[in-house]
Design a protein around this ligand. Structure first.
Ligand code: NAP
Length: 477
C-alpha cells in the first residue's frame, strides 16, 4: 500500500546510531522542508525520559553531530519529537507505545535501530499491540544475521508479521549519492554500456579501507570480522550495482531483480583466491596506534582485513576478475570502485607507452568520478609521439554546486517514510550474499587459513598485493 507515514516510530532512539546519524538526518531533512509537515517522531528505548528530556537529548546530539548550517529550524524539529520508554522484552509495554502512535497506526513507519537479537520480540510486541497492520512498514538496521541460517531466522521472524513489500532492509551505502550515481553513469549515458563487459573491461577493483580500529565495537567486531562486517553487505551491494544488467526501469522490483541475479552468479571462491589479515601496531597519519590484540586485550583469530578475487559466472563478466578488499587500520580512509578497461587492440604509435583507460568512482571520503584517457604530450615529437594518461575529473560537489552533501540516512529515512523500496535490500539479495559468504568461510576452514599480520597504516598483508600481482594487476592506491 502506498502512503506517506504520519508517524515515525524509532526503536533504539537513545543509541549511538540515533545520535550520530538518524536524528541529524531527520533534522537536516526538516531544515530542507522535506519531511511531511505533520510527521511526528516517537523515540523509544528502555531509558526513562519525558518528551522534554528526549528533546534535550536530541538537541545535544544535533549540536554535536550536525553542522550548524544544516540545523535551520531545529526548534521546530525538536517539537516533532516524543518519547515513550519501553523495554521490548516486556510485552505489556507495547500498549503504551500503541497509545502514543494512536491513529497513525494506519500510516506508520517503524525503524529498528536495536540489536537484531531484539527484532523477534519487538515484532511480536508490535503485532500484539496492533502495530503491524497494512498501514505499517518497517526498516531494519544491519547486521541481518551472521550467516545464512541466522539471517533466515531473522527474516522469518519479521515475515511472520510483515510482507516483503513492507520490509525495508538498510545498507546505508545505498543511500550514498555516488553509489546511486553509478546507476546514472551506467544507464543514462550511451558510451559506457557498449564497453561494460568482458570484451572491453580487464578487471574491477572495489576497496573499502578504514583507518579506525575497534572503536567501541570490540566484542561485536571480534565475533564478526571484516568479511561479514563489510564485504557481505557494502562491497557486495557495490559489486551488484557495477555488474547488473540494465533494469527495465528505476523501480524497486526491476532494480533488485537484476542485482540478485549478479549475487547468485558469484562463483564460489577457491583455494588461493582469498587473503585475510589482522593489524598489528603501527602509525597512521603520524599517530602511533596499537595492534588488534592489544586493543582487544587478548589473542584472537578474527580477520580485520580481507582481499578476494571474485568471478561472476555469466556471459557479460566471463574472465573478468573482481578484486575486493576491505580492512581496518589501513593507510587511508577510502571507498572506491576502479573499472580497468583493456588495452587498445593495436597501437599505431610504435613504442609509445600505452596505458589502458581506467574509470575510478570515489565514494569516500570524496565523491568524484575520474576517467583516465590517453593524450599526446605536447611537443614536436622528433623521437616519436609521447603519450600519457590524463584524468577527466568530475568532482561531484563542484559539478553540482549548491547541493548539500547529504548523510546517507537522509535519503533512506525519507524513502522509508514515503515508501520507496528501490534503495533497500530485498530478502533474496541478503540471502544470496550470505550463501556466498558462508562458502568462503567454509573454504577458509578447510584451508585452515590464518590471518596474516600487517602493520597499521599499510595497505594490508603483502599476500594481498601478490593476489593481484600474480595476474599482472596492481591495486589502485
Ligand atoms: P547502541 O548504541 O548499543 O544502542 C542500542 C539501542 O537499543 C539503545 O537506544 C538502547 O537504549 C536500546 N535498547 C537496548 N536494549 C533494549 C531493550 N531491551 N528494549 C528497548 N530498547 C533497547 O547501538 P547502536 O550503535 O545505536 O546500533 C543500533 C543498531 O544499528 C545495531 O544493530 C548496530 O549493529 C546497528 N548499526 C550501528 C551503527 C553505528 O554506527 N552505531 C552502524 C551500522 C549499524 P536503552 O539502553 O535506553 O534501552
Amino acid at each position: 500500500m502506498s502512503f506517506t507515514a504520519d508517524t515515525l516510530l524509532l526503536f533504539g532512539a537513545t543509541g549511538d546510531l540515533a545520535k550520530r546519524m538518524l536524528l541529524p538526518s531527520l533534522c537536516a531533512l526538516d531544515a530542507d522542508k522535506l519531511l511531511p509537515e505533520t510527521l511526528r517522531i516517537v523515540g523509544t528505548a528502555r531509558s526513562p525520559m519525558s518528551d522534554a528530556e528526549y528533546r534535550n537529548f536530541a538537541r545535544a546530539a544535533l549540536e554535536k553531530y550536525l553542522p550548524a548550517e544544516r540545523r535551520g529550524g531545529m526548534a521546530d524539529f525538536l517539537n516533532r519529537l516524543h518519547y515513550q520508554p519501553n523495554d521490548v522484552t516486556h510485552p505489556e509495554g507495547f500498549a503504551k507505545l500503541a497509545e502514543q502512535v494512536g491513529d497513525s497506526r494506519h500510516r506508520l513507519a517503524i525503524f529498528l535501530s536495536t540489536a537484531p537479537s531484539l527484532f523477534e520480540v519487538t515484532i511480536e510486541g508490535l503485532e500484539r499491540a496492533g502495530l503491524g497492520g497494512e498501514g505499517v512498514r518497517i526498516g531494519l538496521e544491519k547486521p541481518l544475521g551472521l550467516d545464512l541460517a541466522s539471517s533466515r531466522e531473522i527474516n522469518d521472524a519479521v515475515a511472520k508479521c510483515f510482507p516483503e513489500t513492507r520490509i525495508f532492509r538498510i545498507d546505508h551505502y545505498l543511500g550514498k549519492e555516488t553509489v546511486q550515481n553509478l546507476l546514472a553513469l551506467r544507464f543514462a549515458n550511451v558510451f559506457f554500456e557498449p564497453l561494460w563487459n568482458a570484451t572491453h573491461i580487464g578487471h574491477v577493483q572495489i576497496t573499502v579501507a578504514e583507518t579506525v580500529g575497534l572503536e567501541d565495537r570490540a566484542e561485536f567486531y571480534d565475533h564478526t570480522g571484516a568479511l561479514r562486517d563489510m564485504l557481505q553487505n557494502h562491497i557486495l551491494q557495490l559489486l551488484s550495482l557495477v555488474a547488473m544488467e540494465p533494469p527495465a526501469s528505476y523501480d524497486p522490483t526491476a532494480v533488485r531483480d537484476e542485482k540478485v541475479k549478479v549475487l547468485r552468479a558469484l562463483r564460489p571462491v577457491r583455494d588461493g583466491e582469498s587473503v585475510t589479515g589482522q593489524y598489528r601496531g603501527g602509525a597512521i597519519g603520524g599517530a602511533i596506534v596499537p595492534g588488534y590484540d592489544d586493543e582487544l586485550k587478548r589473542d584472537s583469530g578474527t580477520e580485520t582485513f580481507v582481499a578476494l578475487k571474485a568471478h561472476i559466472d555469466n556471459w557479460r563478466w566471463q574472465g573478468v576478475p573482481f578484486y575486493l578488499r576491505t580492512g581496518k587500520r589501513m593507510h587511508e580512509r577510502v571507498t572506491e570502485i576502479v573499472v580497468q578497461f583493456r588495452n587498445v587492440p593495436h597501437s599505431i604509435f610504435g613504442n609509445a607507452r600505452m596505458k589502458p583507460n581506467r574509470l575510478v568512482i570515489g565514494i569516500q571520503p570524496e565523491e568524484n568520478i575520474t576517467l583516465s584517457l590517453m593524450a599526446k604530450v605536447p611537443g614536436l615529437d622528433r623521437d616519436g609521439i609521447a603519450l600519457r594518461p590524463v584524468p577527466l575529473d568530475i568532482a561531484m560537489p563542484d559539478a553540482f554546486t549548491g547541493a548539500h552533501r547529504r548523510i546517507a540516512y537522509e535519503r533512506l529515512l525519507l524513502d522509508l517514510i514515503e515508501g520507496d523500496q528501490t534503495l533497500f535490500v530485498r530478502r533474496d539479495e541478503v540471502e544470496a550474499q550470505w550463501a556466498w559468504i558462508d562458502g568462503i568461510r567454509a573454504q577458509w576452514k578447510s584451508e585452515a587459513l590464518e590471518p596474516k599480520p600487517y602493520a597499521s597504516g599499510s595497505w594490508g598483508p603483502s599476500a594481498a598485493i601478490a593476489l593481484a600481482e600474480r595476474d599482472g594487476v596492481s591495486w589502485h592506491e
